[in-house]
Design a protein around this ligand. Structure first.
Ligand code: G3P
Length: 494
């Protein structure tokens, strides 16, 4: 199955060099430049991705723009069928995709398996939901001063070519979450997978191709953000950029994308606010899940906790006990590993270690973890952290949880609102009413009450404010975000 299915996408060398996809063929770039994907698990070379040239990007873009016209004219039910086929192919190739993800990004077998299953369900859900997206009609005489005689027929139309850029931490799910809705709404897509995780992303493209996405409608170009990112997001053929990644990269893309429509999900550095009446056992297990799942490498990970000193002193021992049972750092291939494996690279681990050390130099205390071994960094808990320390003010994509003590709920809200991030926040209290009142003070995308921040369930709206995002995702919201209104007004003189 794998060879026949995925054969054309690489040169079959060992380790393989993966080709880019121009919408019809899997090609070798004339650039001669490649990037090795080093497994954070054991340092082995998983394969190499090519850095395509600007001319090759132009050719893929031209193909996509040309193919998009017929694709949008294709009956929606045909596009829906192709998406359901893709979802089934994803399920059928689950084991192969899992093996790739574990090696490429060090995600545990369990988390990789749930990502693949979630992706297949997501693509099916998008396809079903697309069939219920409706337009509307409006009559002129609803508005004062207008008589009958003008009717607006309002449909949704595609933007054209959507550039989709995905992050390493969900290389299949956060690629499909952009590609599927864009295709369903009649756009064509030029996809740039992450570097680390790019091999998994290329296999997803092959699945969409095999499911029947027509020639030119879906292209895939590879290369680092530095090599091809700027050219891609400012390309004249690109009508829209859908991006998930770091806040700094998102900010840079927004500056280059000029009048293009943007749909961004960026970093969160999400806070947990614990009120004195919280259920400490529930809170501790949500803190552990929220802070340490996939080694803290999630946009929705909890990064800091706001409590009064008294609540911190009470919750800390409960948290450490909970970590003893829920966290076990190890090889992501081992079933014994719980939540924490390697982070995506040794360089990333070194950065996290440096920021921990900076916090300690500023007076923070390590109460658990703090040690690094190559790409592995222990699940770490810090106290006596200040909001202006990098461990809180910068996007730390790793297994670190910081405690900041405050005197009041207002001070909690001021710290959250003073952050440049605004993806999610979570509040723990037995009194949901007071949680809702406190939530109203927080300038973030979503507030979770008595649960850790998360994107799912995937039909819920998912959005970030400030440096955490642009636009709203979540099944229906994404389908609407990747399409535009197209009113046709009938003027019928009375
Ligand atoms: O980091 C990506 C962000 O989408 C997190 O998703 O499902 O882990 O909350 P999730």
């Amino acid at each position: 199955m794998n060879e026949e299915m995925f054969g054309p996408i690489s040169d079959q060398a060992t380790p393989p060099v993966y080709r880019y996809f121009n919408g019809k063929d899997w090609l070798t770039s004339s650039s001669g430049k490649t990037s090795e994907i080093i497994s954070p698990v054991d340092g082995s070379v998983v394969g190499s991705l090519q850095a395509v040239t600007r001319e090759e990007i132009d050719a893929v873009m031209d193909k996509a723009a040309h193919a998009q016209v017929a694709w949008e004219k294709m009956p929606l039910n045909h596009r829906v069928k192709i998406m359901h086929l893709a979802a089934d192919w994803i399920r059928q190739n689950q084991d192969y995709l899992i093996s790739l993800m574990v090696r490429e990004i060090g995600k545990s077998h369990g988390e990789s398996k749930s990502e693949i299953a979630r992706t297949a369900d997501l693509v099916d859900y998008y396809a079903n939901e697309a069939q219920s997206i409706k337009g509307e009609t409006l009559d002129s005489d609803n508005f004062p001063g207008f008589d009958k005689g003008r009717i607006a027929l309002i449909e949704r139309a595609a933007y054209g070519v959507v550039v989709a850029i995905a992050p390493f931490n969900y290389p299949v799910n956060l690629s499909a979450s952009k590609i599927a809705p864009a295709l369903l709404m009649g756009n064509s897509v030029v996809f740039k997978p992450p570097t680390q995780g790019g091999i998994s992303g290329l296999h997803l493209v092959r699945i969409f191709e095999k499911a029947g996405v027509p020639e030119g409608v879906l292209g895939c170009v590879t290369g680092t953000g530095e090599e091809i990112g700027d050219y891609l997001v400012s390309h004249p053929r690109a009508a829209m950029v859908a991006f998930t990644g770091s806040s700094d990269t998102g900010y840079a893309i927004a500056g280059k994308a000029s009048m293009k429509t943007l749909l961004f999900e960026c970093g969160g550095n999400n806070p947990a606010l614990i009120l004195p009446d919280a259920d400490y056992n529930l809170t501790a297990s949500e803190l552990v899940k929220g802070a340490f799942s996939y080694s803290g490498q999630r946009c929705t990970a909890i990064k800091y906790v706001l409590t009064t000193p008294a609540v911190r002193d009470e919750i800390l021992p409960v948290l450490l006990r909970t970590m003893d049972s829920l966290v076990k750092m190890g090889d992501p291939r081992s079933p014994d590993t719980k939540l924490v494996g390697p982070v995506v690279s040794e360089k990333a681990a070194e950065y996290i270690e440096s920021v921990i050390n900076e916090a300690v130099a500023g007076g923070a205390k390590i109460v658990r973890g703090g040690k690094r071994d190559k790409a592995f960094i222990e699940a770490t808990v810090l106290t006596d952290v200040k909001p202006d320390m990098k461990i809180v003010s910068e996007e730390i994509f790793g297994p670190v949880l910081s405690f900041i003590t405050v005197a009041s709920n207002e001070e909690m809200a001021n710290i959250v609102n003073g952050s440049r991030f605004g993806l999610q926040a979570c509040i723990f209290t037995r009194d949901e009413g007071s949680g809702i009142i406190l939530a109203a003070l927080l300038n973030v995308g979503t507030v979770q009450i008595n649960g850790s921040p998360q994107r799912g369930p995937d039909h819920f709206p998912f959005l970030g404010v400030k440096r955490s995002g642009i636009g709203v995702q979540g099944v229906r919201y994404s389908l609407e975000a990747v399409s535009r209104l197209k009113p046709v007004v009938l003027n019928k003189p009375q």
